[in-house]
Ligand binder design. Structure first.
Ligand code: HGY
Ligand code: MN
Ligand code: MN
Length: 398
């Protein structure tokens, strides 16, 4: 049996979704969780789900499901974006899920679709699927705040009345198609990546407090400069991590708030994000120990106080072997010899869904290997190839 998927309808829906929060040059989007653009896109998606003959359902987090009658595969991802994102990160997996669920409905078969909320972590780490997968309670999620201090609870209040949690028992497994967001497939010319496992992630916010002072009259030796403390932390951390990490390990200080952020003032306070990722649970723990040790050293050397937040995290997750096999067989059928098995350095909702369902993922190439930027893009022919592989795999699971 092959499902009557319509690639042109799929591409048209992708371009329609791109209009919500369209920004920058090319196909960039700004669709932060619970932003106006995000809420408008969720209303649009609920309409598409209804028009497809599926039952639209939004839960308390703002996760949106298109529910089929009967137990079958769940296919999806997320539609929220980074502050500057691309048109495909997450959106590809949701619209591919919509197209396959719609075609399955036309063929009288049960496939459901989902768009998880706040995968891009405005409030934390993959918030919507963390709650749905049980890694976090709704109350814990509600207490999370974004970089400006707004809480998840306050943000989701705009949703008004929402539905109950959807029972994972409605689904036989979860498939997520995603852009690779890295260079491997683009460089090799292969068309599909069948994901073997997803790395783990740790996130914390750290505040260092020294003494705000006059930039002209405060001698260097007497300063308690928060920026110098962060700068010293970064240099010492890079040095100390060398004995712990591998070439695949990554760590990032991506968000920095300097106070009062004025050119004639010695900064008295800095708050920054500290994120690290690796496929090995033990190495993630050893990296945390190094981070805490370097913080203690810097506090003494720079005479600042340091306040690390609680650590948010998602552990490394292997993909389900049977679902991986279905994707690999579908890839070999559609693009023989032009696919590979590979790990994911990016986090995905599949990491959380794996706590309640068997999951697997497939990648399509990212042009130039870039993502989390307006410039993110993939050739439309490659998007359609991914859809065809995903549909073939989903059909084999029906
Ligand atoms: O950061 C990530 O890996 C995901 O794109 N949120
Ligand atoms: Mn994503
Ligand atoms: Mn992303």
């Amino acid at each position: 049996m092959t499902l009557p998927i319509q690639p042109n309808r799929f591409l048209s829906d992708l371009h329609s979704l791109r209009q919500f929060g369209a920004a920058g040059v090319g196909k960039g989007v700004q669709r932060r969780a619970f932003s106006e653009a995000d809420l408008a896109s969720r209303r649009w998606l609920m309409d598409q789900i209804e028009n497809a003959g599926l039952t639209p359902h939004m839960d308390a987090c703002g996760n949106i499901f298109g529910l089929a009658d009967g137990v079958g595969p769940l296919i999806g991802s997320h539609t929220d974006s980074q502050p500057e994102g691309g048109w495909l990160d997450g959106a590809l997996g949701v619209i591919a899920g919509l197209e396959i669920a719609r075609a399955a409905k036309e063929a009288g078969r049960p496939v459901s679709v989902v768009s998880f909320q706040d995968e891009e972590g405005r409030f934390g780490a993959l918030t919507g699927s963390s709650v749905w997968g049980g890694a976090m309670s709704l109350a814990e999620a509600d207490a999370l705040t974004d970089d400006s201090g707004d809480s998840f609870a306050a943000a989701r209040a705009v949703l008004g009345k929402t539905g109950d949690d959807v029972d994972p028992a409605r689904f036989s497994g979860f498939l997520e198609m995603h852009i690779e967001q890295g260079p491997s497939l683009d460089l090799s010319g292969e068309k599909i990546g069948v994901v073997t496992d997803i790395v783990g992630i740790r996130d914390m916010r750290i505040t260092m407090t020294g003494q705000q002072n006059h930039a002209g009259t405060t001698p260097m030796a007497l300063r308690r400069d928060a920026f110098q403390a962060l700068s010293g932390f970064n240099v010492l951390l890079n040095d100390r991590l060398r004995n712990v990490v591998t070439p695949q390990t990554v760590w990032t200080i991506g968000h920095v708030t300097l106070h009062p952020n004025a050119s004639s003032v010695v900064p008295g306070r800095v708050t920054f994000s500290m994120q690290w990722r690796d496929g090995d649970l033990d190495r993630l723990a050893r990296m945390e120990a190094v981070i805490r040790d370097v913080l203690t050293t810097i506090a003494a050397d720079c005479d600042v106080t340091v306040e690390p937040s609680e650590v948010l995290g998602i552990d490394p997750v292997p993909m389900d072997p049977a679902l991986q096999k279905a994707l690999a067989q579908a890839a070999e059928a559609e693009v023989p010899g032009k696919w590979r098995k590979m790990p994911s350095g990016a986090l995905h909702d599949a990491s959380n869904v794996a706590q309640v369902l068997p999951v697997a993922m497939l990648f399509v190439p990212s042009i130039g290997g870039v993502s989390h930027t307006f410039a993110e893009d993939t050739a439309e022919a490659d998007l359609v190839t991914g859809l065809q592989v995903l549909a073939r795999a989903a059909t084999s699971l029906l």
